[in-house]
Design a protein around this ligand. Structure first.
Ligand code: GLC
Length: 448
């Protein structure tokens, strides 16, 4: 169990706890919220009823991003088999979180009812609640006696806005390093060591690259950038929601990201890489290291998809001057406020994000549960040994959240544009940080 030892030894959780302290503190008190315009959704949840299942047969649509595994299909099949009155159609959306976001916003802002239940990136709930796109779920949660203490706290916090719950947590994500055990016998402890090891080992066992990761101008770039910024001691906003991105620590973190992008051990076109491009390269045996989310474990160990099954291990991301830091990712499920079948939508959501559905996600998709009892489930741990490791799980719980704010898309856009320019050599790290600082401060001020 080399990977388990590794995770414990490096202390994934402790290293991440203090990163970007400010972001975490905002989980329940979003910053920069425009003047409150309470959405009607909050009062429109159907009153509690004894009979929770609709009598008529209805068809509902469940939308989520491209699933490279069989998990989503298997969840839908399992639900359909046990709910003869509700048939769920699975609608696959683009893989890129930002592209999905824009498709939902287009549909929901026009009042569309084509999606009943949808998976939302953990950064969307405040925005979608504020815009009136989602149904508040508190009445359903209370009616069905769901104990939210069974769910990972950070993910529950991301769903709370103006005192209500706007969805249910599905899976959690945290950035990790995966390394080829047939090429290196240990993971690098620091980003500088990673650079040395990636350079020295590139080319071994048929690899073309030392390191692959995400650097396209999209949401994943923000996740990668935040990991470097936090690792070197910087932060984006403080505990009171003030923009504090302009610091020598942040500049150093952004500079490290630039240095790695410009190195000769990464693909020339790494600034076009999202998750699928990077996981494909890793699974084709082309890279010694990859920065990716936990799903990489299951996918990479599937011999049908991967040439490196059984040949890699997991470690925390390397440390910068300050610590090792992983960005908190993950997905929640929400109900479209204009769904014509909210009761049926809730039944799917309850199944999918409860014990049964999350077990399928973990077993067939390698996704990290937000339903905590599954970390003690023998089947889940047999399939994903790292889920049985306390250091690993604590690390996931302590990952660094992105700001919880209805203006998050604007903050993200600023980071995407300015950091992309720096990665392309069009501006220095320092200029990028100064520009982000000015634009983020303006966005926060505008929203107040
Ligand atoms: C993963 C994370 C999500 C993040 C996205 C970026 O899907 O779960 O939170 O925004 O990657 O690509």
């Amino acid at each position: 169990m080399a990977l388990l030892k590794r995770c414990v030894a490096v202390g994934l959780s402790a290293a991440m706890l203090v990163s970007l302290a400010g972001c975490g503190g905002q989980a329940q008190q979003p910053t920069g919220a425009p003047t409150a315009k309470e959405t009607p959704a909050a009062t429109e949840v159907p009153a509690a009823q004894d009979d929770t299942k609709p009598a008529e047969k209805v068809t509902i649509v469940f939308a989520r991003g491209m699933d490279s595994t069989k998990a989503s299909n298997n969840i839908v099949e399992a639900f359909n088999a046990s709910n003869p009155n509700i048939q769920v159609k699975f609608q696959e959306m683009p893989s890129d979180s930002g592209q999905q976001h824009d498709q939902y916003v287009t549909a929901f802002s026009a009042g569309g009812s084509e999606y009943d239940v949808f998976d939302a990136d953990v950064i969307w709930p405040a925005e979608f609640a504020q815009a009136g796109y989602a149904l508040a779920l508190d009445s359903y949660i209370q009616r069905d006696g769901i104990n939210m203490a069974d769910y990972m706290e950070g993910q529950v916090s991301a769903l709370k806005f103006k005192g209500k719950m706007w969805g249910m947590p599905k899976f959690t994500d945290g950035g990790l390093l995966f390394y080829r055990t047939d090429i290196v016998d240990k993971a690098p402890g620091t980003w500088d060591e990673l650079m040395e090891m990636a350079k020295a080992n590139k080319g071994k066992e048929g690899t073309e690259f030392g390191f692959v990761f995400q650097a396209k101008q999209y949401e994943g770039l923000v996740c990668n950038a935040m990991e470097y910024i936090a690792a070197y001691g910087g932060q984006v906003v403080d505990g009171d929601g003030n923009v504090t991105i302009d610091s020598p620590e942040t500049i150093k973190g952004v500079q490290k990201y630039i240095d790695i992008v410009k190195s000769d051990f990464v693909p020339n076109n790494v600034t076009t890489f999202t998750e699928p491009e990077s996981h494909t390269a890793f699974m084709e045996g082309k890279s010694v290291f990859i920065r990716n989310w936990p799903y990489q474990w299951n996918l990479g160990n599937d011999p049908e998809n991967s040439k490196i099954a059984g040949k890699f291990a997991i470690a925390p991301l390397p440390k910068g001057d300050a610590r090792s830091a992983a960005t908190l990712g993950g997905w929640v499920s929400m109900i479209n406020k204009n769904s014509k079948n909210p009761d049926a939508a809730w039944e799917l959501l309850k199944f999918m994000n409860g014990a049964e559905g999350q077990k399928i996600s973990a077993m067939d998709g390698g996704l990290s549960p937000t339903y905590l009892p599954l970390y003690n489930d023998a089947d889940v741990i047999a399939k994903n040994p790292h889920f049985g490791d306390k250091g690993f799980v604590d690390g996931l719980k302590a990952a660094v959240p992105r700001p919880v704010s209805p203006i998050y898309p604007k903050l993200s856009e600023v980071m995407q544009i300015e950091i992309s320019k720096a990665l392309a050599g069009e501006q220095t790290a320092e200029q990028a940080v100064k520009n982000m600082d000015a634009q983020m401060k303006a966005a926060v001020a505008d929203a107040q």
